[in-house]
Design a protein around this ligand. Structure first.
Ligand code: PMP
Length: 399
């Protein structure tokens, strides 16, 4: 039998998908399951997006498109980021891809030779580790425990960048923690970044319009525009526009990086489909009331989840201020039993919770923090309240 490439020994299926699949299977068996596992928005884009897609379908040429993304799409993205305060970018600074995930994979290929170092904070989004492992990078994980609100400190960043990694990968607002860095925190980190010119900075900020409590969204280039020559801003329509399956992602980056990603596109995907492109243009340049309304709704859902979590003795949950995730430290349960079953880890906890209460959450170890679990609260209020009540009940039953 011929062999697979060695790199496949480093490639793992997503831990999130494994839980989501199990929840789906139990549901199909007739169990009453509440799934807090997968990070998908529970809303659809506005009708104008579908209208644009239908119109494009009616006249779709069916031809290949541009490797970078059509001019209309690139221009719509430039308009969108200008509204976020990211100004002065040209078409040459932009590239597109099949979701932010494919863009991140392209960036790993474009920026990292085998053995080059990439640094990123933990908790991290699971694919960061997987992508870095597939391309054979040396990985420096910077632990940010609940005690520091899952946030990277300037001192940690200084120590990491002093090693001159090729890439520092940063995510704000955070999946899985829901943390959002304040402007002052971004200034302090940007001051450190400015000291180390040899490192590319990727900011995966795909939840940038989902920020609560007036904290605002801040990027390193907002506070230090000169960092534009090293900062790669990653964005996506998936979460903020309710379009995960349309698979559209973007970067705004130094020209050389945008060009490299475009070159990889020419070999990987050729182009985004025309119908998808038309829908994406409509989403970015049409009315913005859906993302704004959803952000307000998520802030209220955050309160419901957070209030339930902090009512549980011993559970610690830094208050999420963005995206639609909460990441409680549930380690108070370790060493206890539920229904006679020993809980020794986050994985045991999530397995028992799903088995006995029908609530699916993702173990924190999938994100590099084994004391926690992730709750994705993008679901209807009724399911949310039911799921949270069952989690509270589960804790009360621990012996
Ligand atoms: N980055 C983060 C932090 C994410 O949470 C996700 C999706 N879960 C992605 C990137 C990938 O998004 P996309 O759907 O655009 O590929």
């Amino acid at each position: 039998m011929p062999q697979l490439a060695t790199r496949m020994g480093r490639a793992k299926p997503s831990a999130i998908m494994v839980i989501a699949e199990k929840a789906k299977r139990l549901k199909a068996e007739g169990r009453d399951i509440v799934s807090f596992s997968i990070g998908v928005p529970n809303f659809l884009p506005g009708e104008h997006v579908y209208a644009a897609a239908r119109e494009a379908l009616a006249k779709d040429s069916g031809q290949y498109g541009s490797n970078r993304g059509s001019d209309a799409l690139v221009d719509a993205f430039l308009g969108h980021i200008e509204a976020l305060g990211l100004t002065g970018y040209k078409r040459e600074n932009v590239s597109t891809g099949v979701g932010a995930k494919q863009i991140l994979y392209n960036l790993a290929e474009a920026l990292l030779d085998e053995g080059d170092e990439i640094a990123f904070p933990a908790p991290y989004w699971t694919s960061y580790l997987d992508i870095a492992e597939i391309v054979g990078a040396k990985i420096n994980i910077l632990p940010c425990p609940p005690e520091q609100h899952y946030k990277l400190t300037p001192a940690q960043l200084d120590e990491a960048l002093a090693r001159k990694p090729r890439v520092f990968l940063f995510n704000n607002p955070s999946n899985p923690t829901g943390m959002v860095y304040t402007r002052d925190e971004i200034v302090a980190l940007a001051d450190v970044i400015a000291k180390y010119p040899d490192t590319w900075i990727i900011t995966d900020d795909i939840y940038n319009t989902m920020v609560f409590d007036g904290v605002g969204y801040h990027n390193f280039v907002h506070v230090r525009p000169e960092l534009k020559d090293r900062v790669i801003f990653v964005d996506s329509l998936s979460k903020t526009y309710g379009m995960p399956g349309w698979r559209v992602g973007f970067i705004a980056a130094p020209e050389s990086v945008a060009k490299a990603v475009t070159t990889l596109n020419s070999n990987h995907i050729t182009s985004l489909p025309e119908v998808i492109t038309a829908a994406a243009v409509a989403a970015l340049s049409g009315p913005q009331d859906v993302p704004a309304a959803k952000c307000a709704e998520f802030a209220v859902k955050r309160d419901r989840v957070y209030n339930a979590l902090v009512s549980i003795p011993g559970v610690v949950c830094p208050r999420p201020q963005g995206a639609f995730y909460a990441f409680p430290d549930i380690s108070v349960a370790f060493g206890k039993k539920h229904d006679g079953v020993a809980i020794t880890s986050d994985v045991d906890f999530c397995a028992a919770l799903l088995e006995t209460k029908g609530v699916a959450c993702v173990p924190g170890s999938a994100f590099g923090e084994p004391r926690a679990l992730r709750i994705s609260y993008s679901c209807p209020d009724e399911a949310l309240d039911k799921g949270m009540a069952r989690i509270v009940e589960f804790f009360a039953e621990l012996t």
